[in-house]
Ligand binder design. Structure first.
Ligand SMILES: NC(=O)c1ccc[n+]([C@@H]2O[C@H](COP(=O)([O-])OP(=O)(O)OC[C@H]3O[C@@H](n4cnc5c(N)ncnc54)[C@H](O)[C@@H]3O)[C@@H](O)[C@H]2O)c1
Length: 386
């Protein structure tokens, strides 16, 4: 038996909507014949493409063999044949789309951040509770092979007592004057919902929660290192949003241990790393460094004993002293893997584990990160109660 869910996809002409959600998730899921449910039946998906530019959306629909497309978001939301509303459009438009969709009784799946303010993000979680729909928010980093391996080490007790986490994220985003920028210009305008803190702290919140434990305090310094950039039309504009955030977070593990986390996020840094994001976790019994794909670990028993001596050149090959952590499984594209999990939750009529409340905590961390920087102090992260 096969049941088909119709998914209204908004923002599919954008970077994330097109590449990760349409090309790498929904179309491959459709091509593989859907997802298999525990009772042996199949759940198939059928996208409806939505965008402002009819020519563009129609061309995309034709190119990918998608039957339905529209420029009228509200009409598709209200269409009784729509089961799920997905949103990867501009952040500033998200709250209205998601609120409307849930009130129309549709399940929702969305990019992060879920809203521009904590009040709106919490409101979305309340609307979900009232309407009882299934809501999922992209938590893609937790599905990355590197972080899946890191989480497995935590579960196996590899680290002993976890002491600290340090994260390094970023790369050089071109200003756009001589070479075009590789990210959209709205990312660098505060008035359009841009900024490193707004963009990345919602990721860091679920990464920290998902690997180590809950975030209790935040202390951050945000900076706009590059004040002028050039947009898609080659026009100079003032970068009003932060392009780097240097954050320190106090965490608490489920066992009650305190952990210090530091994460540097920057679009004005040149990469001297193996991957664009890397997290190092240190514990009493071992340490590990995870990137997007790989994870290496070092146990207490194989830890070298360096002695500080600035008079002698360093001869030890520290990087070579770590062992690769194998995947021991086929790890699919993270966006697709989460979509499949979400679709199974919709079919079962249950909540998705990465929900609007988790997303609201991410928006909260971003807000507090910006406030912490403005006020020059460390701020507590209060629990959100619906
Ligand atoms: N999960 C992740 O790792 C990740 C990474 C990057 C971005 N994102 C999120 O995905 C969303 C989209 O980001 P992106 O990088 O794809 O941006 P983008 O600029 O490439 O795409 C934005 C989409 O919104 C549409 N849009 C723009 N302005 C609009 C308007 N005024 N009215 C209606 N539609 C409009 C565009 O046509 C496009 O389809 C953002 O919310 C962003 O925070 C998530």
């Amino acid at each position: 038996m096969t049941r088909t869910l119709r998914i209204a996809m908004n923002g599919i002409t954008g970077r994330m909507g097109y590449r990760q959600h349409l090309l790498r998730s929904i179309l491959p899921i459709r091509e593989q014949g859907g997802v298999t449910l525990p009772d042996g039946s199949t759940l198939q998906v059928e996208p409806v493409l939505i965008g402002r530019n009819a020519d563009k959306v129609e061309a995309l629909a034709k190119q990918h063999g998608v039957e339905r497309w529209s420029t009228d978001l509200d009409a598709v939301i209200d269409d009784p044949e729509t089961d799920i509303v997905f949103d990867a459009s501009m952040t500033s438009l998200r709250y209205a789309t998601l609120a409307r969709a849930m009130r129309a009784g549709k399940h929702i799946y969305t990019e992060k951040p879920t809203a521009e303010t904590l009040a709106e993000a919490v409101d979305l979680a309340r609307i979900r509770r009232e309407t009882g729909v299934t809501a999922g928010v992209v938590h893609d980093k937790l599905y990355l092979p590197g972080l899946v391996k890191l989480r497995r080490l935590v579960d196996e007790g590899f680290f002993g007592r976890i002491i600290s986490l340090r994260g390094e994220f970023g790369y050089w985003v071109f200003e756009g004057e001589l070479q075009p920028a590789q990210r959209p210009s709205w990312n660098y305008r505060k008035q359009d919902g841009g900024g490193m803190t707004t963009d990345m702290f919602c990721h860091w919140n679920y990464v920290l929660e998902g690997i180590i434990g809950s975030v209790e305090t935040v202390s951050s310094q945000t900076v706009t290192h590059i004040p002028t950039r050039w947009d898609e039309q080659g026009e100079a504009y003032e970068a009003t949003a932060d392009d780097a955030a240097y954050g320190t977070f106090q965490l608490r593990t489920p066992q009650g241990d305190p952990v210090v986390a530091q994460i540097n996020s920057s679009w004005a840094v040149r990469v001297h790393r193996d991957e664009l994001v890397e997290f190092q976790v240190d514990g009493t019994h071992g340490s590990a460094v995870a990137g997007l794909f790989s994870c290496v670990a070092q146990q207490r028993a194989s830890t070298p004993k360096p002695v500080w001596n600035p008079d002698l050149p360093t001869t030890e090959k520290f990087r070579e002293q770590w062992l690769d952590v194998p995947a021991n499984a086929e790890l699919d594209n993270g966006f697709k893997a989460q979509w499949e999990e979400f679709l199974r939750d919709v079919a079962a009529g249950r909540e998705h584990r990465f929900d609007l409340l988790s997303a609201a905590r991410g928006v909260q961390l971003a807000e507090l990160g910006l406030q912490s920087s403005e006020q020059g102090r460390r701020l507590p992260v209060p629990e959100i109660v619906l």
